[in-house]
Design a protein around this ligand. Sequence first.
Ligand code: ZN
Length: 204
Amino acid sequence: MSRPYPPQALLDTLEEVFAPADDLREWISATFIDAEGELSNPDHAHLAEASIGVLWTNCDNSRNMRSVIGQAELMPPMAMGKWQRARAIQQIEEWFDGLPDFLLTFSAPSAATMDDASFCALVEHELYHCAQKLDRYGMLAFNKEGKPVFAIRGHDVEEFVGVVSRYGAGASGVSEMVEAANRRPSIGIATIAGACGTCNLKVA
Ligand SMILES: [Zn+2]
């Protein structure tokens, strides 16, 4: 597998930079979303109809002793003043020739040193946040044009290790996660020494 790496210029400069990563976006689509992809995952099938913008950044994002190394956002950006929001939308539209459905941001310094399995795990972590919305009956939601309605999905599991250790996986609703963890990984063993910004935002 040859995966895209962040541009060297981004790693060398002391300036804080965000740079569109078209090659990374294409690789993500071809590898994980495309049904024929090398690591194709049907859980991401709805993203075949999503436009995804991808950014590298060297901007440090450390908080609570953890460094954020990836983030997924639903577009347009929310939670800012009207001018800030309009300005952010203009910037993103200029980068991607229009506003994508999702914006993924990856830390260039982290990605530069991650092994393939870890980087793939990080990318798929962010892709899993990029979900199709469910309607009030729990069915996949589509708009009038028949296009999926997108949403950000939280994590499958949010529990304390201590609760699982005292009361078991069943009591904590994490049985599926435990079963998956006990199976051999289907892609490879990954280690991710960093946090996802989308998770932090939800917790914050
Ligand atoms: Zn996350």
